[in-house]
Write a protein that binds this ligand. Structure first.
Ligand SMILES: [Fe+2]
Length: 269
């Protein structure tokens, strides 16, 4: 009966509250458990060829020397710095944060203890993976200048975050470079971040998140690449699902050198 009561008062609230309270009601609803439950399940995207398994890395990066951990889980959530290195990664620094939510029986609940692995290319567009050796030098599709996809020895390339009691996570990384897949046909992967989200008893989520926002360097080009990327524009996904994977970044108010983005991973069966 509880859910019926809830839906009644919700409707009442919508009828009476929205007009009078306007944005306040909107922001309340956006944060409510009900609004969360209404949000779409995070769409899946391919794992891709550059997931960091043991032996794949060109430069092994393992901050945590507990060798029972797979290498993909042996680094922290700050990809801009490797423990023990003096330098920091090249490129635009970003903070991405949000929650892992699990929707079941019409409710979305925060998922504590979910393991999130993030891996992404360096600002040059190069992965720390033996498989990434094609077109390490290519002509920029707009400027015609050569782009060198070089390794960044100070970039951590992958990291792990475990969600807290509220299902919250955060990562610090850089905007990856775009890179060519099929130069002849003009297909370049737009900058994207790869994620694997694992929680006990829930199907694992593998996906990719993309970029937009005035403050994002080369945003205009990135939007062109987003528009024609064959993975983001997977025909099995609706337009709404595709747009769900594009995260807006804004300049941080506390640190203008950093861009911040927010994304909640919604898991479901
Ligand atoms: Fe990729």
């Amino acid at each position: 009966m509880k859910s019926l009561e809830n839906s009644y008062s919700r409707r009442n609230f919508l009828k009476t509250g929205m007009g009078a309270l306007g944005g306040l009601a909107g922001s309340f609803l956006a944060g409510s458990a009900w609004a969360q439950a209404m949000r779409m399940t995070t769409p899946r995207q391919t794992l891709g060829p550059f997931f960091p398994d043991e032996g794949d890395a060109v430069h092994e990066i393992r901050e945590n020397l507990d060798f029972r951990l797979p290498i993909s889980e042996a680094n922290d959530n700050d990809l801009t710095h490797i423990k023990g290195h003096k330098g920091t990664a090249e490129g635009q620094v970003i903070h991405l944060e949000g929650q892992v939510l699990f929707r079941w029986q019409g409710e979305a609940k925060p998922q504590p203890g979910a393991v999130i692995i993030l891996w992404n290319a360096a600002a040059s567009g190069r992965y720390n993976h033996r498989g990434d050796r094609e077109a390490t030098r290519f002509k920029h599709p707009e400027t015609g200048q050569w782009v060198e996809r070089t390794h960044d020895e100070h970039f951590q390339y992958w990291g792990r975050c475990i969600t807290d009691d509220d299902g919250r996570y955060s990562f610090k990384t850089v905007v990856p470079g775009f890179y060519p897949v099929d130069i002849e046909n003009g297909w370049y992967r737009p900058p994207h971040l790869h994620f694997m989200v694992t929680a006990p008893g829930i199907p694992q989520l593998v996906t990719q998140l993309y970029f937009k926002g005035e403050a994002v360097p080369n945003n205009e080009l990135i939007q062109k690449l987003n528009a024609r990327d064959l993975i983001l524009r997977d025909s099995a996904l609706t337009r709404e699902q595709q747009e769900n994977l594009i995260v807006e970044y804004r300049r941080s108010e506390s640190n203008p050198d950093v861009l911040t983005g927010n994304y909640d991973f919604m898991l479901s069966f």
